[in-house]
Design a protein around this ligand. Structure first.
Ligand SMILES: Cc1ncc(COP(=O)(O)O)c(C=O)c1O
Length: 325
């Protein structure tokens, strides 16, 4: 059959996830692999989440709650926003895709740092939008260059704070200066997938003062600090008008039942969250100390990131982070 596929689809390189441990063990005949790809939480999932999920198994003959009511309610309460400002997705990947599908197309542009999280580019291309890559400055997101790259075609800007894969962050002051340069009709998507790990008090945290600016869309996930990557739950907090448009196009049951109960329970598992973060911070500090003692150079951004491996597709950054001494 002759397939008629648009060029923008053919231009997409499939996302290559880190291989599962089982598959690697089979492939190489080795055991005790420590997997650092995918930035998964090595200590999770939260025991409260596991229990809630196990208790829920017997009701799996039912469809999920399409409104994700209980989790949305908890998130709205936590961040002091309305239900209408929260949207929960099948991972934050889902919300990134919804934003691109709803607001791009017909050549509208999305600006993004390079390198950064690969799903921005894939979602933008899938929607028929145009990704515009703005290289990092050193290891940090170049906010000035992003602001200067805005044109009348720009619909959205992706910012990752802290950044994946470099672990750099931007401060509230830097973000405020950036926003002064951004037109009123451009969305600024602040992806805070790793913000719970950051120890820097001056990091910009979009949910400290949510909805203060209708251009800002905050994205968070349960995949990292909460250790629920396998369940696929992420959420966005945004202007109600934007959220209502995403609700029009999302799948009716985009968050499965077990994911909903697990994430709802995990939100209350403060002990798990805090002890996991402590363990990972300790690991980072030990690694930093050992690297210093060995005379191996590492960038200062590195301490705010828990899994500082740079994907193989960016060898130049890998070299900067690890091999120079
Ligand atoms: C910066 C960033 N955003 C979003 C995600 C996706 O998270 P989720 O598992 O919620 O889809 C990741 C996953 O690695 C990430 O690194």
């Amino acid at each position: 059959m002759k397939l008629n596929v648009p060029d923008y689809i053919m231009s997409i390189k499939p996302y290559e996830p880190g291989k599962p441990i089982d598959a690697l063990e089979r492939e190489y005949g080795i055991k005790n692999i420590v997997k650092l790809a995918s930035n998964e939480n090595p200590v999770g999932p939260s025991p409260l989440a596991v229990k809630a999920m196990a208790d829920h198994l017997a009701t799996m003959n039912r469809y999920p709650d399409g409104s994700v009511f209980r989790l949305t309610d908890k998130l709205a309460d936590r961040f002091k926003v309305g239900h209408e400002n929260v949207i929960v997705g099948n991972g934050s990947d889902d919300i990134i895709a919804l934003l691109a599908h709803a607001f791009l197309g017909s050549g509208r542009e999305a600006l993004m740092p390079l390198p950064s999280f690969l799903m921005y580019e894939i979602s933008v291309k899938t929607s028929g939008g145009v990704p515009v890559m703005i290289p990092l400055k050193g290891l940090s997101i170049d906010l000035d260059a992003l602001a200067q790259a805005v044109t009348e075609k720009t619909a959205m800007i992706f910012l990752t704070n802290p950044n994946n894969p470099t672990g750099s962050y931007f401060t509230t002051e830097e973000f405020n200066v950036f926003m002064l340069q951004i037109p009123a009709d451009v969305m600024v998507i602040v992806d805070e997938a790793y913000i719970e790990f950051a120890r820097e008090p001056d990091i910009f945290n979009s949910l400290k003062n949510p909805l203060s600016d209708s251009r800002i869309i905050s994205l968070r996930t349960f995949s990292k600090a909460y250790g629920l990557a396998g369940f696929r739950v992420g959420y966005g907090v945004m202007d109600a008008q934007i959220a209502s448009i995403l609700h029009r196009i999302r799948q009716p049951f985009n968050v499965n039942s077990l994911a909903q109960v697990a994430a709802t329970a995990a939100l209350d598992d403060h002990e798990f969250l805090e002890s996991g973060l402590r363990t990972m911070h300790q690991g980072i500090d030990e690694l930093a100390k050992d690297l210093s003692e060995m005379g191996i150079y590492f960038e200062e951004t590195f301490p705010c990131f828990f899994s500082p491996l740079i994907p193989l597709q960016y060898p130049e950054y890998q070299l900067k982070m690890f091999l120079f001494s």
